[in-house]
Design a protein around this ligand. Structure first.
Ligand code: UDP
Length: 452
């Protein structure tokens, strides 16, 4: 593959693999300081926050580079001790969408390289890029600094385009090409699930030896079972209500419309349910199409269920946990989902999940044990699955808690540290430090002219 260096990764940490002291984390298009559940802020942001905190707790400093999206933002923010967020000026603060950002990557990369140049060589031991835009920045920084690039795609354009919902715009070819380049250049690719690893290998020609499966986690202290009646009071739903919950960025890919259609089907089959059915949709728009809350509200009106649907703005974790606890069922009907943290968080709170059998959701949900997986997006199937979960709720709630407890951000972080250490060890064994390489190139040039 062009540009690939002769590394021999094993995916294993060897006894000699050095631990990183400082990680440069790249999150170009969305900041760990943003509230998830709206716009471009979602699971990626939660991932970066949870992992960075835990790296810092292990004594590994993290510097997160993200684009400044407001003139009010200070250039540097200490998120927690050991985790610094650097706001990089790249393009105008406001008015740029994700699709405008490829044109700003040069400016972003220049700022990252200049920051490193202020320090002694070897300031960063490893780069971890999130999403392909960051991978493009990381690829150049890696070559300049002589440190490995670990990349998490989070979503893949080819996979997304194969599962488009009505109203969803296909991801542009430029992104597909950009992703292919990052896959070819990264020293490690981190996949959330075995399925994502297979997609990277089959669809992007990733090297299997560089592709590691590291499942994301869930904060089991924050998302824990609790007093359901108190949660219902906090959220403002009646004790005897049947509560169906959607949480996430409101966009066609997440298919909140499927939940509304399923709720309409439940009411059509059992009109008496109207007195106690409550559908909660937590989140805010992201992208186009059904992203317009008005369109979703209009759908609720046209289905004749507007009186049982409530739209709730994005919630901070403590309030979000109350919504999970208050719900009978969390519904995740996405057309595609690289993992689905929402499904895991709901289960951790003891709420079973009805989810589409796509992407990472079959990993996030244990079908028949912690919830029910549904093939396709027929609302009748979702209505049937919701009924099934309600009938077996206690059993599935216990299964949900057990299943969620298998995931933890501590384990995610530990696996990432192993991946960093192995990649650093290999790179130090194979590649000489950049300044030494430059001197060697100059010597070769002076002696024998340019290499042919
Ligand atoms: N989230 C939140 N508040 C909200 C809605 C969502 O904090 O009101 C968080 C949620 O806790 C989860 C993340 O956003 O951790 C969404 O991640 P997921 O993997 O489900 O979807 P993504 O946004 O990555 O597509």
């Amino acid at each position: 593959m062009p540009g690939r260096r002769p590394l021999r990764p094993t995916g294993q940490r060897t006894g000699r693999s050095p631990l990183p002291r400082r990680v440069a984390t790249l999150s170009v298009h969305t900041s760990p300081l943003d509230q998830p559940g709206a716009g471009d802020a979602g699971g990626l942001n939660v991932y970066v926050v949870e992992v960075s905190r835990r790296l810092a707790a292990r004594g590994i400093a993290v510097e997160v580079f993200t684009r400044a999206t407001s003139s009010d933002l200070p250039p540097v923010v200490e998120m927690v001790p050991g985790v610094t967020v650097r706001h990089v000026s790249a393009g105008p603060f406001e008015g740029l969408g994700k699709h405008d950002l490829p044109a700003q990557l040069c400016a972003f990369t220049a700022a990252v390289l200049r920051e490193e140049a202020r320090h002694e060589p070897g300031h960063y031991d490893v780069l971890h890029s999130h999403y392909w835009l960051s991978g493009q920045v990381g690829w150049l920084a890696r070559d300049r600094w002589g440190v490995p690039l670990v990349h998490s795609a989070h979503t893949l354009a080819k996979v997304k385009n194969a599962a488009l919902a009505d109203g969803d715009e296909p991801e542009p070819r430029a992104r597909v090409i950009g992703e292919e380049q990052v896959v070819a250049e990264a020293d490690r690719l981190i996949a959330n699930t075995a399925e994502e690893a297979r997609q990277l290998v089959r669809w992007y020609d990733a090297d299997p030896a560089r592709t590691l499966v590291v499942p994301p986690g869930v904060d089991l202290e924050r998302f824990a079972p609790g007093d359901r009646a108190a949660a219902r009071r906090a959220v403002g739903v009646a004790d005897d209500a049947l509560v169906l919950l959607f949480v996430g960025r409101i966009q066609p890919l997440k298919a909140p419309d499927v939940l509304l259609h399923a709720a309409a089907r439940l009411l059509a089959d059992e009109p008496g349910l109207r007195a106690r059915l409550q559908v909660l949709v937590v989140g805010a728009p992201s992208g186009s199409g059904l992203a317009e809350p008005r369109q979703l509200q209009e759908l609720a009106v046209s289905l004749g269920i507007a009186d049982v649907v409530r739209f709730v703005p994005p919630q901070a974790p403590a309030a979000l946990a109350e919504h999970y606890r208050a719900a009978d069922v969390a519904v995740v009907p996405s057309h595609n989902e690289s993992f689905g943290l929402v499904a895991l968080e709901a289960q951790a709170c003891g709420t079973p999940v009805v989810a589409a059998a796509v992407g990472g959701l079959p990993t996030a949900v244990d079908d028949g044990v912690s919830g029910v997986l549904v093939d396709g997006h027929d609302p009748a199937d979702y209505a049937a699955a919701i009924r099934k979960v309600v009938e077996q709720r206690d059993l599935l709630a216990a299964g949900a808690r057990r299943h969620a407890a298998r995931f933890s951000w501590d384990r995610t972080t530990e696996s990432l540290v192993d991946a960093y250490a192995a990649a650093i060890g290999e790179m130090r064994a194979v590649v000489r430090p950049p300044r030494e390489r430059v001197r060697a190139a100059v010597r070769a040039f002076s002696v024998g002219g340019p290499a042919r």
